[in-house]
Ligand binder design. Structure first.
Ligand code: PLP
Length: 410
């Protein structure tokens, strides 16, 4: 089985995409090769750092009628299960350096933070916090534990016990709020103000830009690893989005490196949480209301990160939405050994880009709109493994361990 069943999808070519637009000084202050080099020096020094695999899905590429499909598998990132390990933890590191630097009246480097006992002790007086539905909070908690500061993570009523335990495992105090995600955000913010804590959020809004910028700088290491391992520069990139920080980090990387050779960038969202597509349609950021109900929990966001919009508003070529069953089918495709594709354990949010690539490649009009053809080299980011193991088993029919065992035996 090497094709995805048909599912309805929406493809919106970005009416404001500007092919000749320079990357520009403003964007360079946010995401740049220099900032990535700094992030890379810090993140690669952490225990357990390893480049995540870039898998060639040659069977799927053949059935999609493209030259190649490469899938960057983030499931093993720092043992946390998702690419988010790069962003939240890096933002915690940057915050601690900034804050201690201010308190001490001198610059504090990440290396000093780790090597000077007095600095480590000072970290213990600092508390970081955020609201999360899973992956980001896990990253913040892990970073806080590694760097020795305190951490309080807010989760909303429906976050699974498994996800809660995965955060608590890193020493964070986990607070379950009674309402939805937005209410958890508000409580984190209220408590942070009252108690002098620092909010480490992955989304930006007016007056809150530095920390989400640091998060995105951390994400860029994943893009750099992928490009370094690719045999050739990609022609197309399909990247899934929640608030858009991840997609913007990818967009910025290619735009800054080689503005003239930018791959076609398609931003992919769940059909019921399509704040980026709706913003592109409206020509300005708009929020999506409703329950944002989707299995793709990491992408269930109703509001765009303003910083991300600085890149995606004119830098994305197209916006695409997919229904949940397409993601489930893509998870199953990756879980089934067929000789031409490696077996990959991919979570619900990980496969949105893959699902959109396969759906658009199978559709003549979408294929033409995106310029997909037999020479296309498609890059995908598998942003998580089975970060909710019980849900993975329910959707795929086997646990991650069984899937890998079956794959090894095939
Ligand atoms: C697995 C996974 N993929 C993609 C995303 C999307 O990232 P962003 O919210 O920065 O768009 C998330 C966000 O939580 C995620 O958890």
């Amino acid at each position: 089985m090497t094709a995805l069943a048909q599912h309805p999808f929406t493809l919106l070519p970005n009416p404001r995409f500007e092919p000749g637009e320079p990357y520009g000084a403003h964007r360079s202050t946010l995401l740049s090769a220099a900032a990535l080099e700094q992030a890379s020096a810090v993140i690669t020094s952490w225990p357990g750092y390893a480049v995540t695999p870039l898998c060639s899905l040659s069977g799927l590429a053949r059935s999609a009628g493209v030259a190649s499909l490469h899938y960057k598998d983030e499931g093993s990132r720092f043992g946390l299960g998702s690419f988010k390990a790069l962003g939240g933890a890096y933002a915690v590191a940057r915050l601690l350096c900034r804050e201690l630097g201010q308190r001490l009246g001198r610059s504090v480097s990440h290396a000093q933070l780790q090597s000077e006992p007095a600095l480590r002790q000072a970290c213990a007086d600092i508390t970081v916090t955020c609201a999360t539905d899973g992956n980001h909070g896990r990253s913040v908690a892990w970073g806080a534990q590694m760097l020795g500061c305190r951490c309080v993570i807010y989760i909303h009523a429906t976050v699974s016990e498994g996800r809660k335990e995965a955060i608590a495992r890193y020493g964070a105090q986990v607070v379950r709020t009674s309402g939805n995600y937005d209410e958890a955000v508000q409580q984190a913010d209220r408590d942070a103000r009252a108690k002098g804590w620092f909010v480490i959020s992955d989304t930006s809004y007016p007056g809150y830009m530095d920390i989400p910028r640091d998060v995105m700088q951390g994400y860029q290491l994943m893009v750099h690893e992928a490009v370094s391992a690719l045999p050739q520069w990609p022609t197309h990139v399909f990247v899934q989005a929640g608030v858009g920080g991840f997609a913007a980090a990818v967009c910025a990387y290619f735009w800054e490196r080689d503005s003239a050779q930018r791959p076609v960038l398609v931003v992919v969202e769940p059909e019921r949480a399509d704040c980026l597509l709706q913003s592109a349609r409206a020509g300005a950021v708009v929020a999506v209301k409703g329950d944002l109900d989707t299995l793709m929990a990491g992408l269930a966001c109703g509001e765009v990160s303003l910083l991300a919009w600085d890149f995606l508003a004119t830098g994305a070529n197209a916006f695409c939405t997919i229904p949940d069953p397409a993601a489930v089918d893509a998870m199953r495709l990756l879980a089934n050994p067929d000789g031409a594709n490696p077996v990959i354990v991919a979570g619900e949010s990980a496969v949105a880009g893959l699902a959109a690539a396969l759906l658009t490649a199978q559709d003549p009009a979408a294929r033409t709109a995106l310029g997909l053809g037999p020479d296309s080299r498609v890059l995908l980011f598998g942003s998580e493994g089975d970060t909710d193991p019980a849900l993975y088993q329910q959707l795929v029919g086997r646990s991650a361990a069984q899937v890998l065992q079956d794959g090894a035996a095939a």
